[in-house]
Design a protein around this ligand. Sequence first.
Ligand SMILES: *[C@@H]1O[C@H](CO)[C@@H](O)[C@H](O)[C@H]1NC(C)=O
Ligand SMILES: *[C@@H]1O[C@H](CO)[C@@H](O)[C@H](O)[C@H]1NC(C)=O
Ligand SMILES: *[C@@H]1O[C@H](CO)[C@@H](O)[C@H](O)[C@H]1NC(C)=O
Ligand SMILES: *[C@@H]1O[C@H](CO)[C@@H](O)[C@H](O)[C@H]1NC(C)=O
Ligand SMILES: *[C@@H]1O[C@H](CO)[C@@H](O)[C@H](O)[C@H]1NC(C)=O
Ligand SMILES: *[C@@H]1O[C@H](CO)[C@@H](O)[C@H](O)[C@H]1NC(C)=O
Ligand SMILES: *[C@@H]1O[C@H](CO)[C@@H](O)[C@H](O)[C@H]1NC(C)=O
Ligand SMILES: *[C@@H]1O[C@H](CO)[C@@H](O)[C@H](O)[C@H]1NC(C)=O
Ligand SMILES: *[C@@H]1O[C@H](CO)[C@@H](O)[C@H](O)[C@H]1NC(C)=O
Length: 455
Amino acid sequence: MAATAAVALLLLQQLWSAEAQVWDTGLPQGCPESDKCGNVNVSFPFGIRAGCSLRGFQLICDTTRNPPRLMIGNGTLQVLEISLANSTVRATDIAGAVNITNANDGGLGGNGTWGGVGDGDGSPYVVSESRNKLVVTGCNTMGILFGKNGNAIVGCSPFCSINDYWASSVTSISGDKCSGVGGCCQMPIPIGRPNYHVKLSDQVMSGQVPNAVRIAEMGWFEEHAAELLNKSLTDTSLKMPVPVVLEWAVASYPVILSGVPQYDNSSCPTNTSKSACKVLNSQCHNAAGNYRSGYVCRCQEGYEGNPYLLPNAGGCQDIDECKLSGTVCFGECINTPGSFFCQCPHGTSGNATIGDCRKSYTGLSVGIGVGSGAGLLVVALGAFFLTRKIKRRRARMLRLTFFRQNRGHLLQQLKSKENHVSWSIPASEGTSSIDESTRQYSLEEEYLLSSRYPR
Ligand SMILES: *[C@@H]1O[C@H](CO)[C@@H](O)[C@H](O)[C@H]1NC(C)=O
Ligand SMILES: *[C@@H]1O[C@H](CO)[C@@H](O)[C@H](O)[C@H]1NC(C)=O
Ligand SMILES: *[C@@H]1O[C@H](CO)[C@@H](O)[C@H](O)[C@H]1NC(C)=O
Ligand SMILES: *[C@@H]1O[C@H](CO)[C@@H](O)[C@H](O)[C@H]1NC(C)=O
Ligand SMILES: *[C@@H]1O[C@H](CO)[C@@H](O)[C@H](O)[C@H]1NC(C)=O
Ligand SMILES: *[C@@H]1O[C@H](CO)[C@@H](O)[C@H](O)[C@H]1NC(C)=O
Ligand SMILES: *[C@@H]1O[C@H](CO)[C@@H](O)[C@H](O)[C@H]1NC(C)=O
Ligand SMILES: *[C@@H]1O[C@H](CO)[C@@H](O)[C@H](O)[C@H]1NC(C)=O
Ligand SMILES: *[C@@H]1O[C@H](CO)[C@@H](O)[C@H](O)[C@H]1NC(C)=O
């Protein structure tokens, strides 16, 4: 009876936890963590199925094409790549340059619209201010971007040399292909918006360059300058798809809503249970700019994954730095949440990052070794010299006693054998006691010398 109850409880528990795992992902029910359209990966907060994305992040997968095209809204922007880490979308405007509608039939200037990524209420996208430029081609004209209420945002004028009017193409292009002379100018875009009104002013002089206004990813124009500035290729170049980088944010709203500024420089929800950034290791970052408010989520440093999902569904998880090829550690690498240690193997110490591990206390014992060696040497040398000195002193004393005891006999020996020592024995014997003593010491010395340096 008790056993069945326990089994039932266990089953219930397992059921409950299985359910918890299904629900505890941060995803809407029944939605995949990641989808695919053509060769573009689509992961939350983006989605291509109804109800599987955050508000404003639904994309359209146009499967009537082969390969399928991933589109933003009903417009002309095709998504090439979504970056969760940079909060960007790389897209390409398949319509090409902005369609400029002539002001009147004969005129060369006109207006048009760049956009198709929504406006105002909740569209997450704006043109990236740091990764795009306004590029205007033409001769002695002016292209301008306007905001919603007709406020000019940025513009520039490409000039052409008067000689180019008569030539078949512009001749004044130098190293910088879009410097404002030679039929092209470009400018940074100071206010990233989801769309712009565009104006191309009437031209006094029609040059040898196609008239066009584009918002293009930095560096793109330079790569295609020859085609885009060639008048005889105007029809094709105007339709050439233009890449653009969009920035997106959650809870994106224009800072000016219905004429009233809504300064919201801390867009991250104060109630974290309402944030799209799910857990502690997914951090909220303010994305408010000149045009709109909003926020994005980023994995904490040392973590990677989708910061809009919970860890068990591909959310931010610890990076095992020890398994990264770029991690340099010459010792033991120990992964920690968000970071890692690099320490010297057991019994050694030092800086394992630069491979400088030494046996612990090695320095000290070498010191002791060196110290004790030197000490011993000093002691040994000291002992050696001391004993030698004592020995010599004792020998000298012995010889001296011996000499004094046998002075007479020795004198005889010396006198008879070595006459040349006369220097130490004055010729006149027994003159004075001083002489006597002098002689005596001289003899002593002679004896001691002779014993030290035997002849
Ligand atoms: C798309 O996702 C798959 C598996 O999730 C991955 O193997 C592939 O590299 C991703 N492609 C891109 C372009 O990121
Ligand atoms: C796309 O166009 C369809 C039909 O024209 C319309 O019903 C739908 O609301 C549009 N979608 C967007 C995001 O504009
Ligand atoms: C993300 O941003 C970095 C730095 O600007 C850039 O080098 C990288 O190419 C970007 N990645 C994507 C996918 O946009
Ligand atoms: C440009 O806009 C005009 C007027 O809206 C339209 O008739 C024309 O087809 C458009 N051209 C292109 C290439 O889209
Ligand atoms: C474009 O120019 C035409 C004719 O001058 C004008 O009627 C129209 O309102 C302009 N459109 C924009 C968006 O400025
Ligand atoms: C412009 O394009 C035409 C046709 O492709 C080509 O013959 C011509 O050499 C080009 N002009 C320049 C200046 O590249
Ligand atoms: C938000 O921005 C406004 C205008 O730039 C500024 O006056 C205000 O102090 C800012 N508030 C905070 C909390 O930073
Ligand atoms: C945060 O939001 C949740 C869900 O809407 C709500 O239940 C909770 O009371 C809120 N907490 C605070 C401090 O406002
Ligand atoms: C180890 O060496 C590296 C590289 O020189 C240095 O950046 C690091 O601070 C050193 N670590 C310690 C604990 O000294």
